[in-house]
Design a protein around this ligand. Sequence first.
Ligand SMILES: [Zn+2]
Length: 403
Amino acid sequence: MATEKLYYQNQYIRSFTAKLQKSEKDEQGRFYAVLDQTAFYATGGGQPHDTGTINDVKVIDVEEVDGEIHHYVEKPLEMQNECVCEIDWNRRFDHMQQHSGQHILSAAFDHLFSYRTVSFHLGQEICTIDIETENLSEDEAFQAENFANSIILENRPIEAKWVSEDELEKYSLRKELSVSENMRLVIIPDFDYNGCGGTHPKSTGEVSTVKILHWEKQKKNIRVYFVSGNRVIQQLHEKHKVIQSLMTILSAPQEKLEEAAYRVLQYSKELEKNIDDLKMKLLGDEANVLINGAQEFNTHKLIKVIFTNRPMAELQQLGKTIIANTDNIVVLLLNEQDKKIQLVCARSNDVNINMNKVIKQILPIINGKGGGSDSVAQGGGDQTIASEEIMNELLKSINQNLD
Ligand SMILES: [Zn+2]
């Protein structure tokens, strides 16, 4: 038997008693109760379900299945004649505000610019409507929001009416109905006529206010993000908290925040550039020290160093700086880091060794990967043997490849 829907008689019922008709378990093992009448709204028409309690047992979900309203409960209800039911009114009233705010905002876009709403979503925190236009200007959004808020301020009645197909012709609907029986219209006189099965307050004033937050392209439409009612205060509260905190961090009043943030970013970019310049200068000095201490190697000079925890990019830069600043030199740089080993092998243009070939001979020893050009090659792998041994292997390889 179909459950009697009390929210269609009076949308403000928040506690009621009902007879328990069924207490069962569905195919997914969820416990549910069926009552002879209910004020719990079941998910539908874009409005989320109510929550609350039946005989102090939590109702976590509500669905309509073949006219029967299933109240999904945390634990099975004991069969007894009368149940005391309580709806989470804050949640329900919030849904009523969001849902009616959506009607009003959609109608405002429709009246002002003929942008029709093709779909909407009432989210946990933010609601959206998708309107049929490829672009939305700041000014249009501002006008629609203002118009919606003027309708709210006028405190117009919001009426719900069940109509037959014949009666339907009398109304100019914002959107075609998706059903052909049990048709219910939600009406804001001289403003909006819309088919809807959801719950709404009795007048627009209870929506309190509508605020558009932002919008973005969604395929060929525009998705408008907005909040209504108490959520506007909540949003204002959260945004204000962020702004207050930014004002302290940046030592600037609200109207100067943008400028202050921009200045900080600029400053940090300049610092980064200064640091890069200084690093290059340090590497140049380090290269000079290494060049001065280079040892004899056959008829060439040799620099070999084992570092710990140095970035690979720095090692490569150091190798390149050395071979650019001196002739007849071979450079072997190793770096130990977290049981890994990295190597850079370089030589000046007048030394006839293929460094790519040298490094490729060594990489298998450390299960490594890498490569490079004839003059500079780099790679990395596991610290399978001591770095001194890897260095010796590199020297052996260089001796083999030397003309
Ligand atoms: Zn509605």
